[in-house]
Design a protein around this ligand. Structure first.
Ligand SMILES: Cc1ncc(COP(=O)(O)O)c(C=O)c1O
Length: 432
């Protein structure tokens, strides 16, 4: 029996309808941008394996850092103890974040980084004697699959089965332009009503909500407004962090820095599970007291796992090289050229790009859009048959590649999107 057949008898996969996809391919190994399947096929990982991989699979420098660390200290309780890779990475991360970020709280994935942020914000207000409890979030946002993260995410197919168990949170419209007055007015109205503990958003690009790109200047005004009303701002950089939007972090495009920031995915170069939530000194100070009742009540068994931190340090070294910056710029340039070439193509709408992220919406004559669009399966199958892993969000196709992708590999990804457009037009209209 193949690995895939054995899998079908024993494993349950995330975001997978086993009724439609009973058999999934098995990946035997990976190198650079390539996934090598058990049956010998090769796929370009154009989505960085759910946006985690930065420098290519099996990068020798990161692999070696993990091996060395594994022989020294593989794991230790992080309550009451510390270790060198955790301290080094905290120092290095704070050095490249907005200057107001002064403390790093570790966890082990993106959802937990968000959970810690929400709890930090709520307990901060409590510790300083305020009653602020309400959370605002940017409409169409996605912050993870745990209950707190779902509660502050857009209500939709991901959250529907659990809606009765989510805590209330208030959506604020996403800015559609620099001058769109709607989000600012709506935010100010909520802030005036009072009791707001925090406003959470994905800066510049909303990932799972369809790779929606919106203007930094509008977000900047929203962050400033929150400061005026003493509501904390939480920038969820789980997807946008570590160079995806061009700058090392999307929040670096804001003149008004967020109070709390969340990281995961690319943090270890995609090798190990790690989350981090950073905050200002003012927030950290609010938890200092003679009494344990005011400490942050949050932690995970694998908080600050040394192997993950060794990977994070090795990945950071690669990220900060000129070569990596140049590679990101090259990807961004090539994306822009491709986007230009799509203008006027009737198969696509909203071609858009930000840093190394590129996205287009496939037009369906039947209005078949959204995450559950039936176009999704056609797109997925075609891309795999062309040797490219694209995992569309419904009718939204995007590329978010490892930074080591070559020009010819990127062209292959762009050509695949063009072919997807032709296929969808043919199937939808029968006229092309
Ligand atoms: C912006 C954002 N926040 C949080 C998460 C949750 O991260 P994880 O899947 O590691 O729990 C994701 C995952 O896609 C994300 O894109």
């Amino acid at each position: 029996m193949s690995i895939s057949e054995r899998d079908a008898g024993s494993v349950w996969h995330p975001y997978t309808q086993h009724g439609i996809e009973p058999i999934v391919p098995s990946v035997a190994r990976a190198a650079g941008t390539k996934l090598i399947l058990e049956d010998g096929r090769e796929l370009i990982d154009a989505i960085s394996s759910w946006w985690v991989n930065l420098h290519g699979h099996a990068h020798p420098a990161i692999a070696e850092a993990i091996t060395t660390q594994a022989q020294l200290l593989e794991q230790v309780i992080f309550a009451g103890f510390t270790h060198e890779p955790a301290v080094s990475f905290a120092e290095r991360l704070l050095a490249i974040l907005p200057k107001n970020q002064k403390r790093v709280f570790y966890s082990d994935n993106g959802s937990t980084a968000v959970e810690a942020a929400i709890k930090m914000a709520l307990q901060y207000h409590r510790n300083i004697g305020r009653k602020n409890k309400r959370i605002l979030f940017l409409e169409n946002g996605y912050h993870g699959d745990t209950f707190g993260a779902m509660s502050v995410s857009s209500r939709g197919p991901f959250t529907k089965p659990f809606s009765s168990h989510l805590f209330p949170a208030t959506p604020i419209p996403v800015p559609t332009s620099d001058t769109d007055p709607n989000p600012i007015e709506s935010l100010e109205k909520e802030l005036r009503e009072g009791d707001v503990a925090a406003f959470i958003f994905e800066p510049l690009v909303q990932g799972a909500g369809g790779m929606n790109i919106y203007p930094a200047s509008a977000l900047d005004q929203m962050v400033s407004l929150c400061k005026k009303y003493e509501a904390l701002t939480i920038a969820d950089e789980v997807m946008t962090g570590f160079g995806r939007t061009g700058a090392l972090f999307a929040s670096l495009n804001l003149s008004s820095a967020p109070d709390i920031m969340c990281f995961s995915k690319g943090i270890t170069g995609g090798f190990m599970a790690l989350g981090a939530t950073t905050c200002t000194d003012e927030i950290f100070q609010a938890f200092l007291s003679e009494s344990r009742t005011e400490m942050l009540f949050h932690g995970h068994s694998f908080t600050a796992n040394p192997l993950a931190l060794a990977a994070a340090n090795a990945s950071m070294t690669l990220l900060l090289t000129q070569d990596c910056r140049r590679a990101r710029e090259q990807i961004a340039l090539r994306h822009q050229g491709f986007i230009e070439s799509l203008r006027g193509d009737s198969a696509f709408e909203r071609p858009r790009t930000c840093g190394v992220i590129l996205a287009v919406n496939l037009i369906s004559a039947q209005g078949d859009s959204g995450y559950l669009s039936s176009l999704r399966d056609q797109i997925y199958r075609l891309s795999i048959s062309r040797g490219v892993l694209l995992r569309p969000l419904g009718n939204v196709v995007y590329i978010l590649p490892p930074y080591c992708i070559s020009e010819s590999e990127l062209d292959q990804c762009h050509d695949t999107i063009r072919a997807i457009g032709e296929m969808v037009s043919r199937n939808e209209h029968g006229d092309r």
